[in-house]
Design a protein around this ligand. Structure first.
Ligand code: HEC
Ligand code: HEC
Ligand code: HEC
Length: 325
């Protein structure tokens, strides 16, 4: 690993971006450096990414990131009226908690941007939980700018796995791997607690390109001549399958045709891995339980339990399509 001492010193001293939570923390390990480290040399790519929803898949809750109405806004579900409000610049919801009784909970993070946004609340044991009352971020004219419950009519209460305090709404286990970079769940089965860490609370450059430290070291050494391969450049993954490829329309079918057949499935694989959180590392503690998957606003699917390195993720997406997603 060519991560320089200088780089380590830099990252060790950096203030965690998600300082809002004491237990869910930023950590740079395994050669991850963070997207801002790529900006100097890949400015246009960085700017395009920074304006994208990949960069905003999860954000610290603040005036910029929170889209919903928190001006003492009320929403009633299953006989409980929840109130969304701010206090000292922080965001709160008064709603039914793990014991079923109403209490004030601070919103630490936003999750997603549009067409809907969810909110994350911390519960004991290092858990972040996704509140079931979501914000419809679409314009008013399209029926948006309002709250709604993700499980209308189900009257969920504390104790139900689908209630926001339940295991199915647990961010560490169910959501984080697709929305963050270098997610390490770090579940301690003995204590029943999470010590989850991540390098970036969004889908950063390295979620797709892999850890960047070796590439930075290569680029900073200013090597003479053109690199002969991506590995030469210190990059773990070559996302080059589409180099020189065009898709030309075929009049007879109305479909586009690839100029040359695809010789590997690396890009789809990376995409699948990033989406499905397959990047298991020896330092990650995974809960031994089948994995459900969810694509965006589509509901949970029943299948997709594989944990091997095979490319069942595509089958998984196909499965979801078959499920009507
Ligand atoms: C100090 C400058 C520098 C920094 C910082 C940097 N890169 Fe690069 N990067 C380069 C250079 C130089 C190339 C080679 C360009 C060429 O010759 O085509 C390159 C090429 C790449 C490529 C293209 C590889 C290919 O397929 O040809 C990717 C992907 C890439 N960088 C990703 C990243 C990521 C992700 C980061 C942040 C972790 C990053 N770079 C940070 C200088 C840098
Ligand atoms: C969601 C996955 C994903 C993310 C996030 C991502 N990339 Fe890429 N990147 C790719 C893929 C896939 C390609 C290959 C593109 C192609 O073949 O058209 C690529 C290509 C590149 C290239 C080489 C080709 C080019 O257009 O210059 C560079 C450099 C690069 N990315 C840098 C970055 C940087 C820097 C970031 C963060 C600011 C980033 N990428 C974020 C998936 C991603
Ligand atoms: C298998 C990967 C994956 C998992 C797991 C996942 N998401 Fe997502 N999520 C995505 C992708 C990809 C998008 C953006 C694409 C889209 O809009 O459909 C997204 C978008 C969202 C959005 C924005 C609205 C939307 O539909 O685009 C919200 C809110 C969201 N996810 C919440 C969650 C919550 C809460 C969990 C856990 C209970 C979760 N996600 C788990 C991949 C995932």
């Amino acid at each position: 690993m060519a991560a320089s001492a200088c780089l380590l010193a830099l990252t060790a001293g950096a203030a965690p971006a998600g300082a809002a939570s004491a237990v869910v923390a930023q950590s740079f390990a395994g050669g991850y450096v963070g997207s801002p480290a790529c900006a100097a040399c890949h400015r246009a790519t960085y700017d395009a990414w920074a304006g994208s929803q990949h960069a905003r898949a999860m954000q610290v809750a603040d005036a910029k990131s929170v889209l919903g109405d928190f001006k003492n806004a009320k929403f009633t579900y299953a006989g409980t009226t929840s109130t969304f409000f701010t206090r000292d610049g922080k965001y709160f919801v008064r709603t039914d908690g793990p014991d079923g009784k109403p209490a004030d909970f601070e919103i630490l993070y936003t999750f997603g941007v549009e067409p809907l946004q969810q909110y994350l609340i911390e519960l004991p044991g290092g858990r972040l939980q996704a509140l079931g009352i979501a914000w419809d971020a679409r314009p008013k004219a399209a029926g948006g700018q309002r709250r709604f419950h993700l499980y209308p009519g189900q009257k969920l209460r504390a104790g139900d796995p689908l209630h926001w305090t339940g295991v199915d709404q647990n961010w560490n286990f169910m959501c984080a791997e697709c929305h963050l970079t270098d997610l390490r769940k770090k579940f301690d089965p003995a204590l029943g607690e999470y010590r989850t860490t991540w390098s970036e609370i969004s889908v950063g450059c390295e979620a797709c390109h892999g850890p960047g430290a070796d590439h930075l070291a290569w680029a900073q050494a200013k090597p003479a001549g053109k690199p002969t391969s991506v590995a030469d450049m210190g990059l773990a993954i070559a996302l080059t399958e589409r180099k020189g490829i065009q898709w030309a329309p075929v009049a007879a079918t109305g479909n586009a045709q690839r100029s040359a057949p695809r010789a590997s499935s690396r890009e789809i694989d990376v995409c699948g891995a990033a989406m499905r959180g397959r990047r298991a590392s020896p330092t990650t503690t995974f809960m031994a339980s089948p994995r459900s998957t969810r694509i965006g606003s589509c509901g949970w699917t029943r299948g997709c339990t594989g944990s091997g390195a095979t490319l069942s993720s595509i089958g998984c997406v196909a499965q979801q399509r078959a499920d009507g997603c």
